[in-house]
Ligand binder design. Sequence first.
Ligand SMILES: Cc1cc2nc3c(=O)[nH]c(=O)nc-3n(C[C@H](O)[C@H](O)[C@H](O)COP(=O)(O)O)c2cc1C
Length: 321
Amino acid sequence: MENQFKEIIYYATLAPSGHNTQPWKFSIKDNSFLIYPDYSRRLKVVDPDDHALFISIGCALENLIIAANHMGYSAKVEYFPPTEEKDCIKITINKDKVEIDPALFNTIPNRQATRSKYDGRPIPPEDLEKLKKVSHQDKVSFILFTEQREIEPIIEFVKEGNVLQFRNKSFVNELISWIRFNKKDALTSSDGLNSASMGLPYVPTWFGRFILNNLVTPNGEANKCERLIRGSSGVALFIAESNDKQSWINVGRSFERVVLKATSLNIKHAHMNMPCEEIEIRTKFQKHLGLKDEQPLLLLRIGYSNPMPKSYRRPVEEVMV
Ligand SMILES: Cc1cc2nc3c(=O)[nH]c(=O)nc-3n(C[C@H](O)[C@H](O)[C@H](O)COP(=O)(O)O)c2cc1C
């Protein structure tokens, strides 16, 4: 039983997280799992309100539920139960018959943020429908943009957000602190952004830092984002009904199911979150979409390309309380 519980946590740890910070801790109590936010792994600059941290927790939660269901357990989720000492999510599992989509579980180890150029092939409408269907989650809306006239204004928001971010020294410093510029560092830390998964060659850390500090320009990065979106088959957006922890977690749950389903259909995804991260641009983006209090929180490009090298994860023992 204990081994099976640890196996379920292993699948949870394969979830995506902002800068691959893996901001989670787990514990097992009787027939329940507890997931705690690990605030020591916050991204203070790019995510000052922790929305991305809780989206990442939502992704880990969804993987945990999918793995538990796959192993024959039903899962009951309680958000921040007052009976627990610390803020956490409690998942109580019981041996039960549950309906499962095997594709979701089977693709957990293969899902990745694929940051390469896509080939622009359109996605068949029936596959877009499958993504919409699997996205359903309380307090979350999911929109797919495939028409060029809808995507054009989004490109402008992405570029504007990107320029703001790369002009901000604190943003660049935070990003650099999570890049693992060579294989040794990537393997030792087993977290952070593995250079190879970003399509960059392995280099000594001092050299990587020099390049990012001196040769990467805000406009150069923005133009690169534009080319990448133009080469994609579409853009996907996740919107939270309100700006609170539970809605953020639910965005993570919906996002994780969509990208697992997409992976099973050979559709790749990569983040273009800049307009969601920069509050000034998010406000303009909200207005453009006709939203009031609802928050556009995750923006992805989707399409077809070959897989990239994977990012690493810390072993289960390291994320147990
Ligand atoms: C909430 C959230 C925000 C993210 N933001 C970005 C982003 O702005 N740019 C980016 O390239 N990747 C972004 N990512 C992808 C992560 O960097 C990626 O999940 C992590 O490095 C682990 O890699 P993997 O998804 O390939 O396993 C984000 C992921 C999450 C969950």
